[in-house]
Design a protein around this ligand. Structure first.
Ligand SMILES: [Zn+2]
Length: 288
């Protein structure tokens, strides 16, 4: 077997392994507990989401005073409440303008309600899903990935992305990576964002759903990290985007093509642009 066939087999084995691990995590008690907790948070309307954003742009998880107490957390002294509008129904008697008859009608009114962001509370930890890759051992790979980005005209900026678990993002020709993260997490994030750049900026790539995009990007990060000897927690991330074994396997060609392209470059073999290894028909033959 030549080295390229070896790479191909290794990459496909890792995609299969990821598919198995993701299904296992979906069935785990840890994931069930996480879902149970998250389902107890109210889903706010679009208008209330706007109100929250205007008053506290970094808010990530918001609930009322009593709900936080139920979770074993309390509001820190001096925290400024976020005001949202809660609907309530009120029965009133109104005269029918035509018949003059009095009848009961139900009207909806809005009332300001105080909520607080998780950053304004402390106490018992909420169940969390660990998605971080730890350690600083792979600085040399990070440098190679940056060189790879330069060949693709992608600029990479390291900056503080705040407190809300945002590790990085891609904007079309530009990637930002959280400077606070461990080097190995930056490696994983950079691979994830490179996959978004190369797979999801074209008109065809933009047609994928958010869940499909995350599946393809994070699976690529998993395969690259695994082959570098890192311990990625991608199954934990992927279940948040409704991925399962079948969906991952249906994206085998896209994921392995992308991962191979990056690994061929970082391993210093050949610098075939990864995007050329994936044809549009392959992208659209993947079933979702
Ligand atoms: Zn992403």
């Amino acid at each position: 077997m030549n080295p390229l066939q070896n790479l191909e087999k290794m990459v496909e084995d890792y995609v299969r392994q990821l598919a198995e691990e993701t299904d296992e995590f979906r069935k785990s008690a840890a994931f069930k507990e996480y879902l149970d907790t998250m389902s107890r948070f109210w889903q706010y309307s679009y208008n209330n989401q706007l109100l929250i954003h205007v008053q506290k742009p970094n808010a990530s998880r918001v609930a009322g005073f009593r709900k936080w107490n139920d979770f074993g957390r309390h509001i820190k002294a001096g925290s400024k409440a976020i005001k949202i509008l809660a609907p309530y129904a009120k029965k009133t008697k109104e005269k029918d303008t035509l018949t003059g008859e009095e009848k009961e009608v139900v009207r909806t009114y809005f009332w300001p309600v105080n909520v607080f962001d998780i950053s304004q509370t402390d106490g018992k930890e909420l169940p969390k899903i660990d998605i971080e890759v730890t350690g600083d051992s792979h600085k040399n790979v990070l440098d190679k990935l940056l060189a790879y980005c330069a060949t693709r005209n992608i600029t990479v900026e390291f900056k503080d992305l705040g407190i809300n678990g945002l590790y990085g993002y891609s904007q079309g020709g530009k990637i930002a990576i959280d400077s606070k993260q461990a080097v190995n997490m930056q490696v994983s994030t950079l691979v994830h964002e490179i996959a978004h750049e190369l797979l999801h900026q074209s008109p065809e790539g933009k047609k994928f759903s958010k869940n499909e995009k995350e599946l393809q990007a994070e699976s690529t990060a998993y395969v690259v990290c695994k082959s570098l000897g890192l311990n990625p927690k991608s199954p934990n991330y992927l279940v948040l985007y409704k991925a399962d074994k079948d969906k991952i396997m249906a994206n085998m060609e896209i994921i392995s093509g992308m991962a191979k392209g990056i690994l061929e470059y970082t391993n210093g073999k050949i610098s075939i642009p990864a995007i050329l290894t994936i044809s549009t028909s392959q992208i659209f033959n993947s079933v979702f």
